[in-house]
Ligand binder design. Sequence first.
Ligand SMILES: CC(C)(COP(=O)(O)OP(=O)(O)OC[C@H]1O[C@@H](n2cnc3c(N)ncnc32)[C@H](O)[C@@H]1OP(=O)(O)O)[C@@H](O)C(=O)NCCC(=O)NCCS
Length: 178
Amino acid sequence: MQIPNTLSDPRPTSTSRLDTVPTTGGGAGAIAASPASPPVAGEGASEGASRPRGEPAIRTIAMPADANPAGDIFGGWLMAQMDLAAGNVAARRARSRCTTVAVDRITFLQPVHIGDEVSLHADIVKVGRSSLTVQVEAWRRSRDGEEQVKVTDARFVFVALDQGGRPRVVPPALGESY
Ligand SMILES: CC(C)(COP(=O)(O)OP(=O)(O)OC[C@H]1O[C@@H](n2cnc3c(N)ncnc32)[C@H](O)[C@@H]1OP(=O)(O)O)[C@@H](O)C(=O)NCCC(=O)NCCS
């Protein structure tokens, strides 16, 4: 997808200090905010693991109001929690407001029950010019047990926005020197 000319880029334009990576839309290439931006495939996921990696972005309890008539938690509630977790991580990295532009490969693996503790893990797996791709996993734990079970995963794409609501370039991560 082409970046409109209106997109303001505060960084130097020399490509010698910036990486070119393929765009999701198959365009001519986007400027990566970080030379160390990891590849998308497989990164950030805990495929087949019995525990999530790292600390959750948010943790919450599934309540009766979040359940369907069968007593399982609505998938839409879970998606909202995933969006909140991913958006929190994206906004912190972008240091600006971010909006969700796409959700990809959402998979519901196991039901969530009323009273479960739900932990949302979110890892940035790609930084584009204005976009950030976040791999999100939801894990449940019965409130009286220790076992954690992955219930959902998905990939969320956010776009960093300026104060006028237009896409803006994601700045270098804190600690990057260019
Ligand atoms: C997000 C939004 C501002 C992007 O506007 P746009 O004109 O498409 O912007 P661009 O074409 O410059 O694309 C911006 C970035 O998003 C990416 N993008 C756009 N659509 C995408 C899609 N469907 N999937 C993945 N990435 C996408 C582009 O590749 C580009 O990434 P890059 O800058 O890292 O290369 C606009 O689409 C919007 O406001 N959407 C509504 C968002 C919203 O309301 N979300 C909440 C839903 S409840």
